[in-house]
Design a protein around this ligand. Structure first.
Ligand SMILES: *[C@@H]1O[C@H](CO)[C@@H](O)[C@H](O)[C@H]1NC(C)=O
Ligand SMILES: *[C@@H]1O[C@H](CO)[C@@H](O)[C@H](O)[C@H]1NC(C)=O
Ligand SMILES: *[C@@H]1O[C@H](CO)[C@@H](O)[C@H](O)[C@H]1NC(C)=O
Ligand SMILES: *[C@@H]1O[C@H](CO)[C@@H](O)[C@H](O)[C@H]1NC(C)=O
Ligand SMILES: *[C@@H]1O[C@H](CO)[C@@H](O)[C@H](O)[C@H]1NC(C)=O
Ligand SMILES: *[C@@H]1O[C@H](CO)[C@@H](O)[C@H](O)[C@H]1NC(C)=O
Ligand SMILES: *[C@@H]1O[C@H](CO)[C@@H](O)[C@H](O)[C@H]1NC(C)=O
Length: 285
């Protein structure tokens, strides 16, 4: 009953012009759309409420989104493990700090949901978090990401589009996340400079997206050439200069490699033939 009333309060503060939550009535909240309960103890464990704001090909569909304020009544859902509010339109609302007190959370997806403001460092308290997707939230920023280093179970991190321009020490912070498989920091105003020679210990990393960042730095030496387990590497649109990197020949797991729109010169190395798994390779200058 407590968790049901938490959901009712959440619905009251949210705006829902397309009636996406029309099934939210009646006594058994486990039957409501997007609400999932544990089969063991009946607690609400999952809130799966993505909007249709990313259906860019269908304007009518795109209007079907939630908005308004996210009530702190959600704190009543202390067993919540999964929260998905992606592709909604919260227009300028900040990512709520109280999310950092939902200790069982394993997955948060607020991507493409037009949040803005500071990413709350309270999220660093979520030691069970495996997936944190705040990509393209809109006008979010962070001036201190040291809290990220506490998320030692993290496997997927997407902060694309977040303004991290004041952060110099970002590589040492993400290097504290030993289980990281997916790291997306596209268009974050990052600079590469001082880590050029640093060896990274992100040995589990399979996907690295650093596109649209560190303008005008040398492509090599660079820390990511040591990540020979990488399958997807996107370093396009970075204003990287120098010779086409020979190091690529050691990255034999590579499936997709995108280095287009940089300022590279020279010949594409013949050791590209070592990349037997390569399916896509973008090198447009
Ligand atoms: C959100 O809450 C603020 C402050 O409580 C209020 O001023 C605003 O009107 C609310 N916005 C919506 C869309 O309900
Ligand atoms: C959130 O929902 C969207 C839309 O269904 C889906 O594509 C995405 O994978 C979900 N996020 C997570 C972390 O499961
Ligand atoms: C969570 O993190 C914040 C900031 O990092 C901290 O001040 C707070 O004490 C932590 N604990 C809880 C339960 O929010
Ligand atoms: C990013 O943040 C910096 C420092 O706060 C600010 O000067 C800059 O204009 C911001 N960039 C964008 C694209 O918002
Ligand atoms: C990764 O390297 C950082 C510093 O470079 C170190 O503090 C951290 O403990 C290392 N992590 C693992 C899992 O070895
Ligand atoms: C890029 O770097 C080169 C060499 O350091 C420098 O001469 C040039 O002015 C830089 N260009 C920009 C746009 O910063
Ligand atoms: C490729 O890896 C080998 C063995 O680790 C190393 O000796 C060599 O310098 C690397 N080549 C490049 C181009 O980085």
């Amino acid at each position: 009953a407590d968790e049901r009333s938490a959901l009712v309060d959440f619905k009251v503060s949210i705006s829902d012009p397309a009636n996406l939550l029309s099934s939210w009535k009646g006594g058994d909240c486990c039957k409501w759309k997007g609400v999932h309960c544990s089969s063991r103890n009946n607690h609400v464990v999952k809130l799966d409420l993505p909007g249709h704001g990313c259906d860019y090909n269908d304007v009518d569909m795109m209007m079907q989104v939630l908005g308004g304020n996210i009530s702190s009544s959600l704190l009543g859902l202390q067993h919540l493990q999964y929260l998905n509010l992606s592709c909604n339109e919260f227009y300028g609302v900040q990512i709520p700090e109280f999310l950092g007190s939902l200790h069982k959370l394993r997955s948060i997806d607020l991507s493409r949901s037009t949040f803005s403001g500071r990413i709350p460092p309270q999220l660093g308290n979520l030691s069970n978090l495996r997936c944190l997707n705040l990509g393209w939230a809109d006008y979010t920023y962070s001036m201190d990401i040291t809290w990220l280093a506490q998320l030692t179970s993290l496997e997927q991190l997407d902060l694309s589009g977040t303004n991290l321009s004041t952060i110099v020490q970002w590589l040492p912070v993400v290097s504290m996340l030993p289980s990281l498989k997916v790291l997306r920091l596209s268009d974050c105003n990052l600079r590469a400079s001082s880590y050029s020679l640093q060896i990274s210990n992100l040995t589990s990393l399979e996907t690295l997206d650093l596109s649209y960042n560190f303008y005008n730095t040398s492509i090599t030496p660079n820390w990511f050439w040591g990540l020979t387990g990488l399958k997807y590497l996107d370093i396009s649109w970075n204003g990287l200069y120098g010779q086409f990197p020979d190091e690529i020949g050691n990255m034999t797991s590579m499936v997709m490699f995108d280095l287009q729109m940089n300022n590279l010169v020279g010949m594409i190395s013949s050791n590209l033939q070592n990349l037997c798994s390569l399916e896509k390779f973008y090198a447009r200058g």
